[in-house]
Design a protein around this ligand. Sequence first.
Ligand code: 13P
Length: 253
Amino acid sequence: MRLKIVAGNWKMNLSFEEAEELVSSIADQLEEIDLEETEVVICPPYPYLEMVLDIAEESVFSVGAQNISQFDNGAYTGEVSARMLASMDVDYCIIGHSERRKYFGETDEIIAQKIDQALKHEFIVIFCCGELLSERRAGKHFDVVRQQIEKALFSLSEKEFYNIIIAYEPVWAIGTGENATPEQAQEMHAYIRGLIASRYGNDVANETSILYGGSCNSKNAPEIFAQPDVDGGLIGGASLNADEFIKIIKVIL
Ligand code: 13P
């Protein structure tokens, strides 16, 4: 059975104190919950990783980075390598987020290099894909997502692909308060699972967790997570509030 996952992407938010308060409260509340087969991942900004990792050591959640460099190591001012993050015991890494594509010029080629780096250092990759509003309106959303997935992932071996989690995040739903409907999410998730099946076979497709992201909160999560091909969520804004994040986790249990 594939894992159910709720991951919080804090993006570039919170002071150190606020971050410490948030993750402490999440850890306290997780003590009361039996996660069973569900994985909870918190992805803080880099400077807070060590603090969050310390708290994770005494808790049941895992820790992820929001980004990694496409380069191995060396003179790349401001960058953080997969090797550095692996040496801190960070297990997950978000790659291909639409904000990185939009604001930092990440192309499919750069994203594929980042994935190679991450897999070389044994990360579990949360790979983000999703279409713009204009692309959905033009009826191109399936093609856009297919191309993103093919270019970034389909040169991986079957063994490597087992370390990939997909997050479908329609760009028009991110931070807008306008989530995809449960039907839109299910339709795209089923399509993605079909793509994986046609490249890697049914066993791999059935083992791959596919998360929904985009204005997901405790109110809309019950219907979205109830869809057969939705295996959890990648949560932005709603992961910055401990009570709300815990409520979302409880939906998937
Ligand atoms: P929001 O939940 O704030 O829409 O962000 C989703 C997201 O981009 C998670 O990576």
